[in-house]
Design a protein around this ligand. Structure first.
Ligand code: AMP
Length: 400
């Protein structure tokens, strides 16, 4: 990797601004999953042990109006971080101003400060100005002026140009990526840009329109693309099959045709379905073949498709997966997604990668958290990486 990492900068006695991803789920002020806080620990412990004065910035959810601020403070996150770090975390309930500046100046090496939710800057005096989310120049400059080095360790927002990542990075003398982002980039680069062959990609999820970029890019790189989920039915419609009440994007039928022609046999579609009469978690009706009667909708891949996909996967040296094979949230329609998880988990000497978002959530929820080489922490960011796009939050980081 050619981007500067923590090992390329001297942090001792320096005020280091760190963009972390503490966008944790909060229910009535209680953190229901602290994975994102845990994920920042390698970088934070390194900075503590190497005598940096640490200033943390993170967003939490979206702020659209003044009233959102009461429910979306990072105060509970500071408390939890203090517990997991087992040391004091100073929380400043502001994103700018004298109190913040004074607290930062008072930091001693190894001390940690968290400022308030960066997206509070999106609403000023009751007006939705999006200073953080639209990378307001003055805001990026101001935050950059509070420190000497910037570390981007928030992979989840790397595909966005915000003031707290791109804004700070472009206005500070020295910047680098943190350990979490470094690992994400190394893994994604190995899985997508330098895959060992055979390289099998699995693409699922609801819609073709959400995955156009991924299909485009992976058609160039993968040896096979297995397509499941709701999006498969637009492909079936393109082939002239009856898809009953299944999910269909009519305006993507021509594109699906184009992909099938261009793919030259690389695209492998399911050959049967698990269906229901409505979008509900009811007992599955299994159908043989692709054509569905008018009253049924396909909600998962069927057992023959599972077997077909397992066969395609068994010799793969690299697997990249984005999007579930069916409505995995329903007990009766998670079978295909579970089977694919199992088939990938069985590959002992292969590089296996899951893009973030729903497929990562499915793999974790179904108990496969440690069974893959890498599960990305960033849904949108890993999707854009798989599309072959550059990520602005990474692009702006200095090279070695
Ligand atoms: P995505 O975020 O595009 O990866 O889509 C994930 C969503 O697609 C999940 O919430 C699934 O429930 C949904 N999904 C998967 N297969 C189907 C299907 N056959 N019909 C409708 N929705 C589906």
């Amino acid at each position: 990797m050619n981007k500067k990492t923590l090992n390329d900068v001297q942090v001792i006695n320096k005020t280091v601004l760190v963009r972390v991803d503490f966008n944790v789920p909060l229910v009535n002020g209680i953190i229901t999953d602290d994975n994102r806080i845990q994920a920042a620990l390698p970088t934070l412990n390194y900075l503590i042990n190497n005598g940096a004065k640490i200033v943390l910035l993170s967003h939490l959810s979206r702020i659209k109006e003044e009233a959102d601020k009461a429910k979306k403070s990072l105060a509970p996150v500071a408390k939890r971080l203090q517990e997991v770090l087992n040391r004091e975390v100073k929380f400043v309930p502001h994103t700018r101003g004298l109190e913040l500046e004074t607290a930062i100046k008072a930091l001693k090496p190894g001390e940690v400060l968290l400022m308030e939710n960066t997206r509070f800057e999106d609403v000023v005096n009751g007006e939705l100005v999006k200073n953080e989310s639209k990378n307001n120049d003055a805001l990026g400059k101001y935050w950059a002026s509070l420190g000497e080095i910037f570390v981007n360790d928030a992979f989840g927002t790397a595909h966005r140009a915000h003031a707290s990542n791109v804004g700070i990075a472009s206005n500070i003398k020295e910047n680098c990526v943190g350990f979490l982002v470094q690992k994400e980039l190394e893994m994604l680069s190995q899985g997508i840009d330098n895959p060992e062959h055979p390289f099998v990609a699995i693409i699922g999820g609801a819609k073709v329109s959400d995955k156009i970029g991924v299909i485009d890019n992976l058609l160039k790189k993968a040896d096979k693309i297995l397509i499941g989920g709701g999006m498969a039915y637009t492909f079936f419609a393109a082939m002239g099959h009856n898809i009953g009440k299944s999910l269909l994007e009519e305006d993507k039928i021509d594109l699906a045709k184009e992909y099938l022609e261009k793919a030259n046999g690389k695209i492998i579609l399911p050959i049967d379905s698990a269906t229901a009469e409505s979008f509900a978690d009811v007992k599955a009706i299994f159908t043989d073949g692709i054509d569905l009667p008018d009253n049924l909708m396909g909600l998962d891949i069927g057992s023959k498709s599972i077997k077909l996909f397992e066969d395609e996967l068994k010799d793969a040296k690299t697997v990249a997966w984005n999007g579930p094979m069916g409505v995995f949230e329903f007990e009766n329609f998670k079978t295909g997604t579970v089977a694919i998880c199992e088939a990938i988990a069985k590959l002992k000497d292969s590089f296996t990668l899951i893009g973030g978002g729903d497929s990562a959530a499915a793999a974790i929820q179904l108990g496969f958290k440690d069974k893959f080489t890498h599960i990305s922490t960033g849904g949108g960011a890993s999707l854009e990486y798989m599309e072959g796009k550059t990520l602005p939050g990474i692009e702006i980081i200095q090279t070695k």
